[in-house]
Design a protein around this ligand. Structure first.
Ligand code: G4P
Length: 192
């Protein structure tokens, strides 16, 4: 069993509504060691891809994204969920993202200045559930004419539709932890 799966077993909590709480090490308090473990796996999987930029979405994707970016020596860009007053609509790539857990659709956005057709972009995020966030990020990249070289995920809930949607859309996905079920409060992983 990998380090992240071990940590999920020891410190994760399954909450009603099919939610895995990992905020003691992944998305509230952050353990740098486990972040390095995760990002090391992404870097190994996506090596030799000539990545020029890391793209994620605020807030929880930012921590692993900055580690990968600093290791590769490339910029990290995060999509925002609200338009800053310093940017106007024609400066932005935007796309709607529906959150099934919150039942709202929000525009996510990045400045056109920070994606260009010669970029090779690795998208990363903490969770893959319904895949809407990752598909939205990929859409922002496609709008700019840049290339999505792959999608790195910390924890994939493999029984939800996100992974299939990304596979069907032709994106290469690598998830460090793949969860098969959270039924009855127990975490079961896909065999490694
Ligand atoms: P998606 O991210 O794959 O599109 O699926 P969904 O709409 O279901 O997820 C909405 C939010 O809930 C996302 O964070 C996602 O990371 C998070 N999420 C989904 N399943 C779980 C889970 O089992 N445990 C935890 N802890 N989070 C989960 P977000 O709203 O964008 O929040 P944040 O990045 O600002 O933290």
């Amino acid at each position: 069993m990998g380090e992240l799966n071990r940590r999920i077993v020891t410190d994760g909590q399954v909450f009603p509504g099919d939610v895995l709480k990992v905020d003691s090490f992944l998305n509230h308090q952050i353990d740098p060691e486990i972040m390095h473990e995760i990002t090391g796996k992404w870097l190994e999987y996506f090596k030799d891809r000539e990545i020029t930029k890391i793209l994620t979405i605020e807030a929880s994707g930012i921590a692993p994204a900055i580690i990968v970016a600093s290791t590769l020596g490339v910029p990290m860009l995060f999509a925002k969920k609200a338009t800053p007053s310093t940017l106007t609509n024609h400066d932005l790539y935007t796309t709607p993202v529906h959150s099934y857990t919150k039942n709202v659709t929000n525009e996510i956005l990045v400045s056109k200045k920070y994606l260009s057709p010669d970029d090779k972009v690795l998208i990363v995020d903490d969770f893959l559930a319904n895949g809407e966030a990752a598909l939205g990020l990929a859409d922002l990249v496609e709008q700019s004419g840049a290339e999505v070289v792959g999608i790195g995920i910390c924890i994939e809930k493999s029984y939800q539709p996100g992974r299939q949607k990304l596979d069907d859309a032709g994106y290469e996905v690598y998830s460090v932890s793949r969860i098969q079920s959270l039924a009855n409060g127990r975490v079961e992983f896909l065999s490694e």
